[in-house]
Design a protein around this ligand. Structure first.
Ligand code: NAG
Ligand code: NAG
Ligand code: NAG
Ligand code: NAG
Ligand code: NAG
Ligand code: NAG
Ligand code: NAG
Ligand code: NAG
Ligand code: NAG
Ligand code: NAG
Length: 403
């Protein structure tokens, strides 16, 4: 009985199918290389768990023959002229549909069966800008990364609460509203590498691992992350956050790892740092840190405050696993600027000292020279007296005079 997973792989370069009518079989690599008019022999399936069906992009009609088999996985990628899929994959029992690296521009209502859930739907690396209402079927793993999505609405999902893994990174999303992801209760949400500047109050849903890094967030107040006690891991690195205020992360009871690295945080309010185990505050502009800034310092296991502008640290933090060896370059530059005046004055002092020394040396030399001049005129007189008796060089003269 054929129960294998069939992978239908339509690729540009796998294009050389025989023109004459042949029987298309599963080869030793569990691959099928079929032309549209081939007779397809799926029954020859051997020990293959995954069958790869290679298909010319123009031969999508082969799919019509395969459709009736209990295919679990279909891969169709690198089809430059695949801009929409209409209802190609409707009324099938595919569990995993990979449609990455094509040129899909939108997802229309009714593209997929509303009642047939997918395990994985990969639509990453397309040109998708628009997600129509209820266009996304019930799916556990949804890949929408590397598209052109600008805005999100939970309406686009047939049932958003099905989703466990949602990748929306590398799109053009500018804001997350309360309606964007309403109802999502997932394990993983990736919103990194977007243009998110604005988070509406209570817009971040209950997700275990949230990636919001590499966006344009400037402020995190007490209303952004509310009642999301489910979250374990929150990555807010590479944003433009300037300050943390009290209760910025209140209610995030299960939060274990928080990264705020590579922001512009200069000041931390009292109790602004939530109860976390691993905290990354590296690459910021923090000048001062003390225990009052933590909701519960006893919970903290590691703190990375490398590359900040730390001038003083509370000694209670010394016992913690604190990494704080390095200064951010910006701070070093700033410090150089402020020390410039000091350096200038100290240089001036050295210059004055040197000049005084020079003058002194000059005076001493002058006196010495005068004395030498006096003594040498005396010697000259002496030399003249001896010259007559010798025809040699001056050295000889000296020797003579010494003698
Ligand atoms: C099966 O895979 C091997 C190794 O990639 C390759 O050398 C061989 O040509 C393939 N066989 C067929 C029939 O494509
Ligand atoms: C498909 O997308 C690629 C990459 O964005 C683009 O260069 C190409 O022109 C597109 N092809 C079509 C047929 O739209
Ligand atoms: C949506 O999915 C969830 C989880 O799978 C399920 O509990 C709920 O009943 C579904 N809602 C609808 C309206 O189908
Ligand atoms: C948080 O949840 C509690 C209990 O479910 C609720 O009473 C409260 O209003 C919620 N807070 C916000 C800001 O939504
Ligand atoms: C915290 O996480 C644990 C383990 O995942 C879970 O059992 C618990 O319900 C979570 N607590 C809250 C308040 O969500
Ligand atoms: C939390 O961070 C620590 C150290 O940075 C890391 O080892 C651990 O895997 C992280 N935990 C999660 C749940 O990401
Ligand atoms: C903190 O974040 C920086 C930059 O993202 C990273 O290089 C560093 O390893 C992190 N520190 C820890 C302890 O994970
Ligand atoms: C210093 O910190 C700022 C702000 O976080 C960051 O943009 C910059 O890249 C950092 N510079 C270095 C050399 O770490
Ligand atoms: C920590 O710093 C804050 C703000 O500078 C200050 O109000 C507080 O008294 C300090 N707490 C401790 C324990 O030093
Ligand atoms: C401190 O944390 C680092 C990594 O987070 C770990 O490798 C190291 O063993 C820890 N040191 C102590 C004393 O806990």
């Amino acid at each position: 009985m054929f129960a294998a997973i069939v992978v239908l792989l339509a690729s540009v370069w796998f294009g050389n199918c025989a023109a004459e009518k042949t029987i298309c079989k599963i080869d030793e690599n569990c691959t099928m290389n079929c032309a549209s008019d081939d007779i397809i022999d799926l029954e020859s399936s051997t020990d293959c768990k995954t069958i790869v069906v290679k298909l010319l992009k123009s031969n999508v009609d082969v799919w019509q023959k395969l459709k009736r088999y209990p295919i679990e996985k279909v891969v169709m990628f690198q089809q430059n002229d695949l801009q929409n899929i209409d209802d190609l994959f409707k009324e099938t029992n595919i569990k995993k549909l990979y449609l990455y690296q094509n040129n899909l521009t939108e997802l229309k209502t009714g593209t997929f069966d509303e009642n047939k859930p997918f395990e994985t739907l990969a639509l990453n690396r397309n040109q998708i800008k628009l997600l129509e209402t209820k266009s996304i079927p019930a799916v556990k793993t949804l890949y929408l990364h590397y598209n052109l999505i600008e805005s999100l609405n939970a309406d686009a999902f047939v049932n958003i609460s099905h989703v466990k893994i949602l990748r929306l990174d590398n799109n053009n999303i500018e804001k997350i509203t309360a309606a964007s992801l309403m109802g999502l209760k997932a394990d993983y949400l990736d919103l990194s590498y977007n243009r998110i500047e604005y988070l509406e109050d209570a817009s971040i849903p209950e997700v275990k691992h949230i990636k919001l890094d590499n966006n344009k967030l400037a402020s995190i107040d007490s209303k952004k992350f509310v009642n999301i006690s489910y979250t374990i891991n929150l990555d807010l690195s590479y944003n433009r956050i300037t300050q943390l205020s009290e209760n910025s992360f209140s209610g995030m009871l299960n939060l274990t790892n928080l990264s705020l690295s590579n922001n512009l945080i200069a000041s931390l309010d009292m109790y602004s740092i939530p109860t976390v185990k691993n905290l990354n505050l590296s690459y910021n502009l923090i000048t001062f840190i003390n225990t009052s800034m933590f909701e519960d310092i006893d919970y903290l296991m590691s703190l990375d405050i490398n590359y900040n502008c730390i001038k003083s640290t509370d000694f209670h933090l010394i016992n913690m696993n604190v990494s704080n060896q390095k200064d951010n370059e910006t701070c070093k530059l700033n410090r150089k600027d402020t020390s410039k005046i000091k350096k200038f004055t100290s240089n001036l002092m050295i210059a004055i000292f040197l000049m005084l020394t020079l003058i002194l040396v000059g005076i001493v030399t002058a006196i010495a020279l005068r004395r030498y001049a006096e003594s040498s005129t005396y010697n000259l007189k002496n030399d003249e007296t001896t010259r007559g008796t010798s025809n040699g060089k001056t050295d000889d003269i000296k020797m003579v005079s010494i003698d």
